[in-house]
Design a protein around this ligand. Sequence first.
Ligand code: NAD
Ligand code: ZN
Ligand code: ZN
Length: 396
Amino acid sequence: MRALTWHGQRDVRVDTVPDPGIVDPTDVIVRVTSTGICGSDLHLYELFGPFLDPGDILGHEPMGIVEEVGPEVRTLAPGDRVVVPFNISCGTCWMCAQGLHSQCETTQVKEYGMGASLFGYTKLYGQVPGGQAEFLRVPFGDTLPVKVPDDAPDQRYLYLSDVLPTAWQAVAYADVPPGGSVTVLGLGPIGDMAARVALHRGAGKVIGVDLVPERLFRAQDRGVLTLDLAEIGKDVGDRIRDLTDGRGTDAVIEAVGMEAHGAPLTKAAQRLTGMLPDTLGKKLMTRAGVDSMAAFHTAVDAVRRGGTISLVGVYGGSVDPVPMLTLFDKQIQLRMGQANVRRWVDDILPLLGDDDPLGVDDFATHVLPLEDAPQAYKTFQAKQDGMIKTVLTPGP
Ligand code: NAD
Ligand code: ZN
Ligand code: ZN
């Protein structure tokens, strides 16, 4: 089959690789019809080299048609249409029963002391072959894939794999009071969708911050008050206080992560880690850290006293000091983590009807064949060509 594989920093290629097959009796094989490119893939593209091997298949936002089922699969049959959550969660362990699917005890990567395995990610998350490919092996066939109707185009359901549950959890964890205010830092696919979900769920004021014009416009169109970081520079907190009676917003959703704009020195350190020999690079990534916390510091500044920060952007390492004094003094609630995808699916499904309140049907800015994936990664990273969300369509 054809699959998008990692070969080095900013080097991904579409290669011919062996087809996956049934390994465990509860596996299913999915023929992928649509598969997203995520901001998290950009971290692999730029930074996570020490935790990847050449040839690793990327991608964790797939959907498609069940091609084959293992002998113990009861609820799916070939021909069924499914979306695959990015966490590999068993659905039956203690953590899954709490709705903490990103901590699944069956797939935790104990070797590195990490939570549930993920499709198409690093060794820290199990190095499981990903979904930017023609076929994908999916474990836990009866409890992991989400069966969806045949009645609408792929993009109606595709974002159940990551964007929708991640945005939903970000808003749930932000705990915005009815009619209250929330700042969303970063208006990539995750921040954009989180802003939509917040408005849909009754937030009174949603302020979005980014520095890419078309991302700001897109959020504005949906009723978000936007601030252009390129224009206001370091004064984000002050501007947000101006808009909220001097207090800051009730909550801040941080949807940027460790590659935040505004920390040039850290950028250099990140590059350096990418160039170090593997073992040294790994140590730096997990111990000393390569994180840039520009957006996190903005979140701490912009949230009102007694408010909540919901951190959805991905971080690694631990080199930057956490502003403990301010967190404590401002009495801030801080919640974070990988989305528990399966946990939120039933809440979101009713919103995927023809009235399309979250605007999923035209959420993708680019729909491209899998063969175009290497160029799409490049364009997405450079934020060119108006690219915000790309959906790849493997197969003929
Ligand atoms: P993205 O890279 O498209 O979006 C990030 C946005 O932040 C960009 O629009 C960028 O211009 C903006 N930005 C950069 N620096 C900023 C700053 N200092 N202040 C405000 N905005 C700034 O990626 P995405 O797909 O939207 O993902 C966002 C983050 O969420 C990534 O870190 C990704 O890894 C993470 N993520 C987490 C989960 C989870 O389960 N927690 C799931 C999916 C994605
Ligand atoms: Zn993703
Ligand atoms: Zn589990």
